[in-house]
Design a protein around this ligand. Structure first.
Ligand code: GLC
Ligand code: GLC
Length: 811
């Protein structure tokens, strides 16, 4: 069952039934000011950091689901309703929500009145702008009482939810003209406040939550709205809110726009006050003035749309597969930009207080957006590398406001350093900017400790080399990519986190075949980079370590039909025929096949066939099989999950592309394509009721074949799945690969594909690429011409900047 449809021309998903099986959300903002907005107007805003600068309050884990947001209430004399159905839940005559690229519109029709709310964060603006358009479609005069609503968060989203003995006494507001200012803690250490304005003289307001709702009423029945009269309350402590009251009289056929601005301001310490206790509002007023008419708002939205035109113009495809085209051209790229902006911090599954920017996550995210905004990718790489230690180890995350690393979600994950090589080489291949390698980058943000970024890559590589176990394989540390395979944890205390408890790695033999494969893949990238920049000795040194790793994998990592997953603390195999449960895992088989280990000996094909046989199911490839059915203290969190969920035999969509890419190494385009479609959201749109989360973005996990409800997805939006699937489809299935000296074309497709077209902007030139597959092959380029001239090999050389070139590829 579907709840809406794609509108590809407008790059929107259109939701026509507000009762989606889970709130289907969108993200506003792409630089400093951000909002989450659901299809019924739920969600919240923050400035840069969802934990420390939460602007409006949101209630996770509440009843009903999705409580709190940017709401409009309309009292039209007959009914009280909201354009987004929620929170009033008054039945609407029609409803439509359109989620587009960083904007959302929600339209409701009731009693002949249309109300459409547009929400977006204009470019370079520290504010969310809302335009509420009201239209009278009847033959009578309509008098509408409009109440806006936001609830302020007392800045720190964590303490806001726990420290009530303080919180209930600190809240402060100021009201001036039609603007409500939230200034809690401004008179002490904070240099920032928030505000909410409307571009009409308001006829009333409320800023005290209890007065607005009534102490025992929910979001669906604010007492003031039901009574049709605001009370002009001024909040002192308790829970400050902002609600404007505006009365609108509409003649038959008439319409009216109201513009609301929800903004954030920072003032210098010596410029905080206008007079005693009166805040300096200059900056707020300037922003409000930028959007005080509907025409100005429309112009700002047009700018935002043009910005997205540019981002999405870099890579477009035409394959004849509508569902594929809309993912690659629009939604998958959009999701990659969102993961760039938010990492894993704020979604409807991530509370915004748990996680900052991950070292491994952010590096992987980079491959999904580097072609769109290479300058920001460059900055991100430097930020990430600055949290590394001299021995190549690193903090697992950093907080975006301070950019300082912390151990709050654990430390000592031995896969982390290698991802910096992926991120950096992906950036250079895209941009051609080798100067980044010379950039001085500190260790642990310590001034004076700067070395070149290239040196950071060397210590990343060597961190694996210097941490090998008795089988010549990488020690896993706290965990590798799989945060839940905690081989040095031995936790029997339910009050401690698997991620932050003591890492008992002293004397441990826990080694990871996932890191082994990862090391071979990105180690080779490191070697290639060294060669390109003339560091041949370093290249040779590194190559020896890679060769040794390949041998160690073949010797100690092969189980006969697939690659084992790891050795545990005591040196026993994990993911082997000898194990009672979880005999086979996806990660090691993904990385070792991507690395092509044992390709000639048939290991790659065998491992992939075992994956097909044991891990594949209707909804995708599960992580391990058979699932763990009991808790293993020596494996940790992975065995804590019920079978079929998360890291215990869930379909972890992040690592399915590793198998897709592995299949392309083996040349089996049909298999890669089959796996791609299974988890691709536009292909599961028809089963939205089972799938549950948004059909326009990937989820981290789909319940696996052993779960209670296979096919049900969770944790949409903020997941490495976005970048990895984009990487797999564009670079390995369609095969358009940026390299240091040109665009390599290496498709690996299903044999029934007749061909496809790609427009790719690369290093200042535009390539119109036409791939033809006359003989039904799966892989292999027979000829490549650029503007009719035959090129040797399958790499388009760099062509003069500014030009457009026609490329024909025959498979
Ligand atoms: C989550 C984490 C990611 C980790 C994965 C597997 O997605 O963000 O870092 O690799 O889980 O445990
Ligand atoms: C849990 C999750 C895993 C996530 C980790 C992050 O272990 O299962 O997916 O990466 O938490 O802290």
């Amino acid at each position: 069952m579907k709840y809406g449809h794609f509108d590809d021309n407008r790059r929107e998903y259109v939701i026509t039934n507000p009762r989606t099986p889970w709130p289907w959300i969108n993200y506003l903002g792409n630089e400093d000011f951000f909002s989450l907005v659901s299809n019924t107007g739920g969600g919240y805003s923050f400035y840069k950091d969802a934990k420390f600068r939460r602007i409006t309050r949101y209630r996770y884990n509440n009843v009903p689901m999705d409580s709190g947001g940017k709401y409009f209430y309309i009292n039209d004399g007959e009914s009280v309703w909201s354009p987004g159905w929620k929170p009033c839940k008054t039945e609407l005559d029609s409803y439509e929500c359109r989620h587009g690229m960083n904007y959302t519109t929600i339209k409701g029709v009731k009693n002949g009145v249309e109300a459409e709310a547009l929400y977006f964060v204009p470019l370079k603006t520290w504010a969310e702008v809302q335009k509420l358009t009201l239209r009278n479609t009847t033959n009578e005069v309509k008098t509408l009482k409009i109440f806006s609503f936001v609830e302020w968060c007392l800045w720190n989203a964590a303490t806001d939810m726990e420290n009530f003995q303080r919180n209930f006494s600190t809240g402060e507001v100021e009201i001036e003209d039609s603007v409500i200012y939230h200034k809690t803690e401004y008179k002490e250490r904070r240099d920032h406040f928030a505000y909410y304005s409307v571009n009409e003289p308001m006829q009333g307001f409320d800023t005290d939550r209890e007065t607005f709702f009534g102490l025992y009423n929910g979001f669906d029945e604010p007492q003031t709205v039901l009574e049709g009269a605001p009370r002009n309350s001024e909040a002192h402590g308790w829970s400050p809110i902002a609600s404007h009251y505006v009365e609108v009289v509409l003649q038959p056929g008439e319409s009216k726009d109201l513009v609301y601005v929800l903004g954030y301001v920072e003032n210098a310490q010596d410029d905080k006050w206008e007079s005693k206790n009166i805040i300096n509002k200059t900056k707020a007023k300037a922003t409000i003035a930028r959007f005080d008419t509907a025409a100005k708002v429309d112009a700002a939205l047009a700018e935002l749309n043009a910005y997205w035109d540019n981002l999405l113009n870099v890579f477009t495809i035409k394959t004849g597969e509508e569902k594929l085209d809309r993912m690659v051209n629009i939604w998958n790229q959009y999701q990659c930009m969102i993961t760039f902006c938010f990492s894993r911090s704020a979604s409807f599954f991530e509370s915004g207080i748990g996680r900052g920017m991950g070292f491994r996550d952010s590096n992987q995210d980079l491959v999904g957006f580097v072609h769109q905004i290479p300058e920001r990718a460059r900055e991100r790489i430097i930020d990430i590398a600055s949290t590394q230690f001299p021995d190549g180890g690193c903090y697992h995350q950093y907080q975006p406001l301070t950019k300082k690393g912390n151990n709050e979600i654990g430390q000592g994950f031995n896969d982390d350093p290698m991802w910096l090589i992926l991120g950096t080489t992906a950036y250079i291949k895209e941009s051609g900017d080798f100067t980044i390698l010379e950039e001085p980058v500190p260790f642990d943000n310590e001034a004076g400790s700067e070395v070149s970024l290239f040196h950071h890559l060397t210590v990343s590589f060597d961190h694996v080399v210097n941490n090998l176990g008795p089988h010549g394989l990488p020690l896993s540390g706290r965990a590798d990519w799989n945060d839940c395979l905690n081989l040095n944890c031995f936790s029997n205390d339910p009050n401690e986190s698997f991620q932050t408890t003591e890492n008992k790695s002293e004397g441990s033999q826990a080694q990871s075949l996932m890191i082994a494969g990862l090391f071979v893949v990105y180690g080779r990238d490191y070697v290639e980079l060294c060669k390109v920049i003339g560091k041949t000795e370093e290249a040779a040194r590194a190559q020896q370590h890679i060769d040794a790793m390949v041998e160690a994998i073949k010797l100690n990592g092969w189980d006969g039909d697939w690659f084992i997953r790891a050795y545990d603390y005591f040196g026993n195999k994990i993911g082997s025929k000898d194990n009672e449960e979880s005999k086979i895992f996806i990660e090691s088989n993904g990385w070792c096949t991507m690395a092509g280990i044992g390709l000639e000996e048939g290991m790659v094909a065998k491992a992939l066939d075992s994956v097909k046989e044991r891990l594949d199911c209707e909804h995708g490839i599960v992580l391990n099989n058979p699932p763990f059915t009991k808790y293993y203290i020596e494996y940790g969190e992975i065995s804590s999950y019920p079978p079929g969920y998360k890291e215990n035999a869930g379909i972890f969509c992040h690592n399915n592309p590793w198998i897709m890419i592995g299949e392309t190494v083996q040349g089996r385009g049909d298999r890669a394509w089959e796996y791609f479609r299974k988890i691709c959201p536009s292909y599961t749109e028809e089963i939205s009721d089972l799938h549950k989360v948004e059909p326009y973005v990937y989820a981290q996990m789909i319940a696996g074949k052993d779960a209670f409800k296979p096919g049900e997805a969770k944790n949409s939006w903020l997941t490495g799945t976005a970048a990895w699937n984009y990487y797999a489809i564009t670079q390995y299935i369609l095969g358009i690969q940026p390299t240091y000296n040109g665009l390599r074309i290496e498709p690996c497709i299903a044999p029934e594909w007749k061909g496809f077209a790609v427009t790719r902007k690369f290093r200042g030139a535009t390539y119109l690429i036409e791939v033809k597959n006359p003989n039904g092959s799966m892989k292999g380029v027979a000829s490549l011409t650029v503007d009719g001239k035959l090129i040797e090999g399958n790499t388009i050389p760099l062509m003069p900047v500014g030009g457009t070139y026609k490329v024909e590829v025959i498979m």
